[in-house]
Design a protein around this ligand. Structure first.
Ligand SMILES: [Zn+2]
Length: 167
């Protein structure tokens, strides 16, 4: 745990991401429904700067800074980029890390990719629908899954149970 926290600190200190490194200048037409093929410019325009930095440039928000790490309300967590349902509040737990943490994702909404940035080998958690960077997946979570999805608040859009019907 301390090793991981130290690693996360290093990431935060580095701060600089490889944004735009793999920028694909695809021509996107108006009727293109494939959200995966949206250009970098599309997201830059659509998203708040800090959300863009996290979800499209794989930045990590500082611990205890996001809006959901300490949120205990019942509801669902959707992708801040495309609205896909990613996590349920019933799977959220207090990991003490300062980032929203979940023991499992909803269905197959979250995919993982090997991330070898910053001199570490980690599993990156990505929205399967739109490709947004969410955070990382670790295997030190509580039972029964033993998994810990460590997610940036900026990647999430919380819908309270109470307001679900009026979304
Ligand atoms: Zn998404």
């Amino acid at each position: 745990m301390t090793k991981q926290l130290a690693a996360l600190l290093i990431i935060m200190l580095l701060g600089i991401t490889a944004c735009g490194q793999a920028k694909e200048q695809k021509i996107v037409t108006e009727d293109n429904q494939d959200i995966r093929s949206k250009s970098d410019g599309y997201w830059k325009e659509k998203l708040e700067p800090h959300v863009y930095e996290v979800t499209r440039c794989s930045a990590t928000e500082p611990a205890f800074s996001g809006k959901y790490w300490n949120n205990h309300e019942a509801g669902e967590y959707r992708c801040s980029n495309c609205g896909e349902l990613l996590f349920e509040s019933t799977d959220k737990f207090d990991s003490g890390t300062g980032w929203p943490s979940f023991t499992q994702a909803q269905g197959s909404s979250v995919e993982t990719k090997k991330d070898i940035s910053h001199g570490m080998v980690r599993e990156e958690a990505v929205c399967k629908k739109c490709g947004a960077h969410l955070g990382h997946l670790f295997d030190d979570g509580p039972q029964p899954t033993g998994m810990r999805y460590c997610i940036n608040s900026a990647s999430l859009d919380f819908k309270s149970e109470k307001k679900k019907d009026s979304k």
